[in-house]
Every structure is written in structure tokens, then in C-alpha cells.
Design a protein around this ligand. Structure first.
Ligand SMILES: [Fe+2]
Length: 251
């Protein structure tokens, strides 16, 4: 066999050498694509460009998870629903081949249990998943109480971008403990590219190595999050994810 044909036979027998194709996941569960409601897309044009890019990257569905945080983004559900309807209408008018679902990324603060008590929670999937996040600066103190309240109310909490909390770096023990409690763990795909720094990348790799991961998401705030991800899909850990089943595929 000559060098040329051996090159091709090598590729054929080693599928893991191919870049990850994002259609493998089907659904992106974490994004900031609604226009003008948080630090994600700011205009309808920006939203449409990003939704089109999501479809071009292979996603069949996007869950839109705008920030809900009492002091900075006190997004009322009706405000997010209005923005969602407008975006959905535009996407349908332009025949962009993607399904959009509305949820939110809830910061765990004093307002969250009030929203739960008022039955004012945006969840997704028939499992009623709810995406939640902590402070990056200080370790959470009340999170177990909040998780339990949601679990008791019939929701399934997902902890957003576990790998980005610096106070957990070096171990995935906390992720394993949360999972035991019934909480699912989400990782940002761009954490594997080094976009958030070396330590976040290492922690993301640890989540994969230790099989401590339930969902992946783009957490796309801007177009360059998506183009940066697209440019890095040949990295070994992305190829490894191409062999893994996540809960994304079940949505
Ligand atoms: Fe986010």
C-alpha cells in the first residue's frame, strides 16, 4: 500500500480522528440569543445571525437561557416570553431550520425561591429541566436547599458550567455530590478550547475523564463564541465527546 492510500485507510479505520460534528448533540441547552435582555445578543439582527450559525453548525434545537438575576437582570418571565415570540416569528419567517425553546439561566439568589413559590419558572423538556448558576467569586452556601426545593416541586436542576467555578478547581467531587442529590452537571463547550483560561480547560477535561458530565452547552453570548468553537472542534477532547452520549441527545 502506497503512502497515499495508507493515509486514507488510516482515516477510515480511526473515526475519532475526525472533528466533532455538533449535530451529534442535537440540542444546545445553554445560550443567550434573545435580543436585548442580558449580556448576550443585543439586537434582532445579532440574534438572527447567531441562530442561523447554530443551525449551520448542526444544532436541531436551541434552548434560550437568558440570565435571570435579581440585581442585574431581573427579567420577568413575561418579558422573556415576549422577546422569545418575536425571535421565533423572525426565525420562522426566514425559514431557518432550527427549533427554539424558551427557558432561563437562574442565578441562585433570594428571588429564586420566591419565583418557585409563585410557579414562575421557565423550564425545558418533558423532564422540566431548570438551568441554574452560582457566583464565580464566592462558594455557594444555600444551594442544596434551593436544589431540594426544585426537586420536591418536580423540577430537575442543572448546574451551569461547573468547570468555571474556580473554588471547585482541582476536583470534581462536588459535581459527583450534586449528581447524587439529583442535580445534573453542564459543561460549556468553549471551556475545552481554553477560552476561559487554562484552569477552566483542565477542570472541563477532568469532568470528561471522570464521566461526571450530563449536558454540554455553547453558552453563546456573541457570534465569536460560535466561530471560536467551530475552529477548535478537532481538539482531542471534542473528538472524545463525539463518542459520548449526553442528555442533550434525549431532548
Ligand atoms: Fe450562561
Amino acid at each position: 500500500m502506497g503512502w497515499f492510500s495508507s493515509l486514507f485507510s488510516k482515516k477510515e479505520t480511526n473515526p475519532s480522528s475526525k472533528p466533532l460534528v455538533l449535530s451529534w448533540f442535537g440540542t444546545d441547552i445553554h445560550s443567550h440569543l434573545l435580543p436585548g435582555v442580558d449580556d448576550g445578543a443585543q439586537t434582532m439582527n445579532e440574534s438572527i445571525a447567531m441562530v442561523s450559525k447554530m443551525a449551520a453548525l448542526g444544532f436541531r434545537q436551541c434552548v434560550l437561557t437568558s440570565h435571570v438575576k435579581m440585581d442585574i437582570y431581573p427579567n420577568e418571565s413575561h418579558r422573556l416570553k415576549n422577546a422569545f415570540e418575536q425571535l421565533k416569528n423572525e426565525v420562522e419567517a426566514l425559514s431557518i431550520p432550527i427549533n427554539l425553546a424558551l427557558a432561563a439561566e437562574y442565578y441562585i439568589d433570594d428571588s429564586l425561591l420566591t419565583r418557585l413559590a409563585e410557579n414562575d419558572i421557565l423550564s425545558f423538556g418533558k423532564e422540566r429541566y431548570v438551568l441554574m448558576e452560582f457566583s464565580f467569586a464566592t462558594p455557594p452556601v444555600q444551594e442544596q436547599k434551593v436544589f431540594d426545593a426544585f426537586l420536591t416541586a418536580g423540577y430537575k436542576p442543572i448546574l451551569a458550567h461547573f468547570e468555571r467555578y474556580g473554588y471547585f478547581h482541582g476536583s470534581v467531587e462536588k459535581a459527583l455530590a450534586y449528581r447524587k442529590q439529583g442535580v445534573f452537571i453542564q459543561m460549556n463547550l468553549n471551556s475545552l478550547t481554553g477560552h476561559y483560561g487554562v484552569e477552566v480547560r483542565k477542570q472541563a477535561e477532568r469532568l470528561i475523564d471522570e464521566f461526571a458530565l450530563d449536558f454540554v452547552g455553547t453558552d453563546a453570548h456573541r457570534m465569536d463564541h460560535l466561530t471560536h468553537l467551530e475552529a477548535n472542534l478537532s481538539l482531542p477532547y471534542f473528538r472524545e465527546l463525539g463518542n459520548r452520549l449526553m442528555r442533550n441527545q434525549g431532548l
